[in-house]
Write a protein that binds this ligand. Structure first.
Ligand SMILES: Cc1cc2nc3c(=O)[nH]c(=O)nc-3n(C[C@H](O)[C@H](O)[C@H](O)COP(=O)(O)O)c2cc1C
Length: 266
């Protein structure tokens, strides 16, 4: 499965069958993490954590909880310019690699930090920001889903409309037809995970550049980093050349803040 197919197939998995990762999967994941790094000069690391949390009554997510997971990835970063965006971009690349191996994942920002404190040691200036179970989908659904308090399927299927997320220079909605060779990268950006499925970013598309703005929310910079990953990786696949740059004096749509632009190569 290539990264494009992985973006299409990935969905948040909150029920796992209780098996630890096979040695083959564990080693492949460790090798992928070791061979990649965050963009934008950001300092971050990803730890593979084996933690049988089955009998501990830990609530892993701030909303939907997780059942049956034995292996986790922890995203640890140092503060700095674009630290949230760059670390999230890299973590999403790893998540998509997991999807390509047939493994389930779910980004968790609302987990109990103390559940992992025995497993991760933080150096001064580091923080553990995201935990993510990784394993084999299956088993019983977590309690909130069985009680119909939340639904992974419903969250996954209720993404914002294309024309709400992607805008013309006058901030009116863009259609996939008008997006030309950016239609696929934008469609795959729309499928990216985001905290509470808020998708708190808007992309203004011009002939020369795509300008990324956040709608300020608690995890907006992280959610944007994931979107930057989907967008750029899909551009590579689509043969759209270019790269990210932070510009000045870019007008923002109402209630948003400018962060970064993708400049198309001339
Ligand atoms: C930064 C971030 C934090 C998240 N935190 C949680 C969480 O604490 N608990 C949870 O159940 N899901 C969490 N999620 C998963 C989202 O709910 C999920 O991505 C979204 O509902 C869209 O569903 P999908 O990933 O299946 O497309 C988080 C996702 C992101 C990107």
């Amino acid at each position: 499965m290539d990264i494009i197919e992985a973006m299409r197939q990935r969905r948040s998995t909150r029920a796992y069958d209780g098996r630890p990762l096979s040695t083959e999967h564990h080693d492949a994941l460790a090798a992928f993490i070791a061979s990649t790094s965050p963009p934008f000069g950001v300092s971050a690391r990803i730890e593979l954590i084996q933690a049988d949390l089955g009998n501990e009554r830990v609530r892993l997510g701030s909303y939907g909880s997780v059942r049956g997971a034995r292996d986790f990835m922890g995203l640890i970063r140092r503060d700095g310019p674009l630290a949230q965006e760059g670390s999230a971009y890299w973590f999403e690349q790893v998540v998509l690699y997991c999807t390509s191996l047939g493994l389930g994942t779910v980004w968790l920002a609302g987990f109990t930090r103390s559940s992992f404190s025995h497993h991760v040691s933080l150096a001064p200036g580091e923080s553990l920001n995201i935990a993510c179970p990784v394993g084999y989908p299956g088993g019983r659904k977590p309690l909130p889903e069985r009680l119909h308090l939340m639904s992974s399927d419903k969250l996954h299927d209720t993404k914002k409309a294309f024309a709400e997320l992607f805008l013309r220079p006058d901030f009116s909605g863009l259609t996939p037809d008008a997006a030309g060779d950016l239609a696929l990268p934008l469609q795959l950006t729309r499928l990216a995970p985001s905290a509470i499925n808020l998708q708190p970013y808007r992309i203004v598309v011009t002939p020369e550049a795509c300008h990324f703005h956040i709608v300020p929310t608690q995890h907006a910079h992280t959610d944007l980093g994931i979107a930057l990953c989907h967008f750029e990786q899909a551009c590579v696949h689509q043969g759209v050349a270019g790269g990210y740059s932070v510009l000045s004096d870019i007008p923002s749509p109402p209630k948003t803040e400018y962060v970064i632009s993708f400049l198309r190569a001339a």
